[in-house]
Write a protein that binds this ligand. Sequence first.
Ligand code: F6P
Length: 747
Amino acid sequence: MKITIRLIVSLTFVVALVAVGSSFYQVREERAHLVSELERRVILLDESLRESVIPLIQSGSLNKLERLVERLGSRQGSHGIAIYNSQGNVLAYTPDLKDRVLQPIPQVVNSLAAGRPATLFHRSGGTRIFLYASPLVDEDKVVGVLAHFHDASYIDVRTAEIWKQNLIRFLILSLLVVVITVLVVRWSITGPIAQIAVWMKDLRLGRVKAMKHFPKEDILDPLISEVNRMAKSLAIAQGKAEGEGKPRGNAESLWTATSLKEHMRVELGGNKLFLVSNREPYIHTREGQNIKCIVPAGGLVTALDPVMRACDGVWMAHGSGDADRETVDADDKLRVPPEEPAYTLKRIWLSKEEEDGYYYGFSNEGLWPLCHITHTRPVFRLEDWSYYQKVNERFAKAVLKEIAGEKFPLILLQDYHFALLPALVKKERPDAKVALFWHIPWPNPEAYGICPWHQEILAGMLGADIIGFHIQFHCNNFLESVDRFLESKIDWEQFSVTRGGHTTRIKPFPISVNPESLFKEAGAEETPSKEQVLREIGIPSEYLAVGVDRIDYTKGIPERLRAIERFLEKYPEYIERFVFVELGAPSRTHVKRYRDLLTEIDEMVEKINWRFQTKKWKPILFLKAHHSHRTIAPFYKVSDLCMVTSLHDGMNLVAKEFVAARDDEDGVLLLSQFTGASRELKDALIVNPYDIEEMADAIRFSLKMAPADRAGRMRRMRATIQEHNIYWWASRLITELARLRLPDDVA
Ligand code: F6P
């Protein structure tokens, strides 16, 4: 309504301005015309009289003058006539003028003195009068003055009429403006917007899938096309989720290892699942005489190990442990997990040069910083690229060998280490159903385009039948990159790319954790209390905060430490009452940027501790080591606060692990807005990790949060994770893949 009123007021104002201006001009013109017409008539009358008047004045015939005046003064329009002698004394006049002419009239005097006519408009008794006084000249001698008094009120009447007519016109015009504005606004703006709103509501409620008739208004075109595109993806997502999801709300409807196993038995029809990643789920390392098996840090293993345990199959990965070769069979395989074998791990061996070029070089100095917008420059070396190609080919060979006897094998390829693998596998085995899941963000086309091999990477990835990202935004970025750099047919409605007759679907699959396993990881023993944990670390404190990370520059660890420093500076009442424990696993330390980061963090911790520490207390404890879930779980379970401050992160499973661990429904999660997890965990304290002040305040806010608020937030986040757990993720991805109809899939 506001816009309508604004339009009406401004249009009416303009119309009024034009109406007043034009009326004023018209009135002025009309008045000038009427005045000159009046003057002309009076002058004519004057000229016709003066011949008879002059002799009568000369002869002093006052009676005759009076008769003449009487006769002429009653003419139509005339108010009267007065005749003066050369001294300015009135000789004869129309009786009605008595009051006026007995007083000296300046125009008469002026006319006598100057020998020229003088005029005046004036008002007398409510009537406008025009006075015309002209000298009576006889042989160059002024003998008197003839003064005409003419009624000029009709001029006022006429101009008032013009104003009135124009006012009526203005009112009619204003009414038309109001009506037309209301109709145009309704037809062209509010109507179509209301139509779009109703349609979007129907779409949200699942009543329609797409809009059939778009409002045809140019001004709404950009809005309509954007909303329509968004709506189509929503409709597709809804449709597919309905098909795949289980009913929400009760415990039986949640995906579990057992229900996934059963579901997979039906979907795979006895087929095996093949999974490929760079990082292996179990690494054997030598510790003196003993061999130790460790589970590496990182989201990929945390997420996929439970899936493989549930589905069985073969997981192929780089055997990176120094005791890995000693623990495999002749085919480089072993059954894992060691304590409860459930699936096969096949190790692929790489030379040191290959690992340097493919893993440290191209994957982690090139693609990793390319995909994470954290202001660390990617480095692209031709040699690294060659190794990357070579290792992808090596893995392709291993996969092809493994699936040799399988019909329509299902292959789940993981992450940015294997961008070329989908095309390499599909080229040899077009019947294989291949999904590539990209665990890290995908940047916008401008950022992505700096990679010298951007086309080759896209082409390799598009060999897959499905490409998964954590969130829709990364799918959009990916499709836009394909649109920018590769010749292909993109279906924005289906979110698919067709190239060389092969179609790839691009979809978000937000990865998750297995909430159950964390409780097991914590051990059957009682969960220690916060006091016990604090006693263990040897720092007395009222509040405990925790951070769990691979030491990576994308995780925003320096920013987190800066926020803690600022928090203590701003709120000194928390000195000796707050301690932050960073459980940080050193990672990719052969890359200089990672070594520098470790040094930077060490120095910051030292500096902040030095600044605030007291005799028995310090604010930060940096436990730099590879930590098992068993070590991490107690911290998750008793901390008042868990800090996840990534500068950019595909998902971040630490956030989800923390929530999953809190069966006491307590604790606060502080979560960076730049993580995929922030899209789901809306009850976390969402922060911008670059905003140190905001983070410092969020720490304080978390410590002051009412227990009921904490519990409410945690309960809602836990419900999200319990429903959208890793089995839900796997069921969606694998079902989608298993149900794909490939061109020669006649099964
Ligand atoms: O987060 C991306 C990721 O590749 C995960 O998939 C993986 O768990 C983690 O990084 C660990 O990286 P890396 O295997 O290089 O130690």
